[in-house]
Design a protein around this ligand. Sequence first.
Ligand code: SDX
Length: 428
Amino acid sequence: MPNTVQIVVDGKTLTYPLVEGTEGERGVDISKLRAESGLITLDQGYGNTGSCQSAITYIDGDKGILRYRGIPIEEFGKNADFIEVSWLLIFGRLPKKDELLRFRSRLTANAHLHEAMKHTFEGFPITAPPMAITSAMINTLGCFHPEFFSLKDEEVLEEAAARLISKIRTIAAFTYRRVNGLPYVYANPKLRYCANLLHMMFSMPYDDLVVDQEIETAMNLIFILHADHEQNCSTSTVRMVGSSKANLFASCAAGVCALWGPLHGGANVEVLEMLEQIHSGGLTAEKYIEIAKQKASGVRLMGFGHRVYKNYDPRAKMLQSVCEKLLKKLKVKDPLLDIARKLEELALKDQYFIDRKLYPNVDFYSGIIMRAIGIPTNMFTVMFAIGRLPGWIAHWKEQHDDPTSKIARPRQIYVGPVNKHYVPTEQR
Ligand code: SDX
């Protein structure tokens, strides 16, 4: 197999090296293209452009494969432990017992926020979108931990990662309490990560929530399945911001903003709104599918399709079975689940979706699970951010530790006006 490619530009043959990854993916290294030819490449949305080489997550979109540090995500389903997977993603291997214990105790010791941050929460209107509060509070968190603005060694990074992963959970819970006018509930050091989140969200000072083991397991799996997904929009944003040597908190706060978009992490909210729209009697599943197939409608089957998966998103498969099991265990009969099953059944045999390789993605079932747990729709994408945070930290670290990394600075093809001159106001 040749390890170079050639392009002919203005009669000149230029040769560029092929880079091959450990799973056989190949890319053309064009880092010298502009210097040698004056050309740049143009790739709207970067669907054909690699921004880096990474050892964190591997996706095979055609085969529906997702592996974290080489481990298939299906293997995390048995004893789902989000904190163990977070350590794996950030440090590149499964933690030894003492390492995991140390990481857990760091999370427990850092679940609280600086008391002054409560005033910041109070500064938001109760109508503030939770993703806006989450992004702002992650940056605010950085103001209380300036010692983590530069992360020189792994020990300090582990402490910073533990604090961020622990405190984003408290930020999410306090955000929920703020927008609902409820008193803040502090973390209980005896509870594990996911149970503590639900405790801080739903306990009352006079009535501690007892978290069902099945619900705790479902939350662990939701966070694990959202933990990383290679160069998706929000992770690429974290890398872009981090490439200017911006600190970890600022980079992750930017990631929250990218995740907020309805085409990305915000899709889980859109899925619920779509299901509720059908349930409220406005539309049947069949009618909705027909509308989603008409481009002019601007309507999409939310939770379907993916930039990379042209097969069933393996996360959607796992979340579908979590959804079925949990609702059965909780004896929840959710008509929206029946509608979701109907939409999936119709779409999977509809030529429009088959031709375009549109399958359920991670967002299709996650919302129904969170709704069954009692998490309100406007907090769904915040839950996604909690899950994705370890992936953002892992990618920020991978780039930060790479001595060859440079500030990200894409080029463009200029298509604006040419040779214009300044015209004084009275002559315009
Ligand atoms: C996430 O990148 C990641 O890894 C993201 C993520 C992660 O973990 O970080 O996996 C999380 O963001 C999942 C995706 C969540 N978004 C949605 O569910 C929103 C609905 N899906 C789409 O908008 C769409 O599928 C995207 C944005 C996800 C992917 O879009 P693509 O691959 O760029 O596809 P496209 O927009 O170029 O569309 C190709 C064709 C078009 O039709 P034609 O022009 O060929 O006639 O497919 C159609 C589109 O109109 N199409 C859909 C559709 N998705 C694509 N038609 C109806 N419903 C849809 N959902």
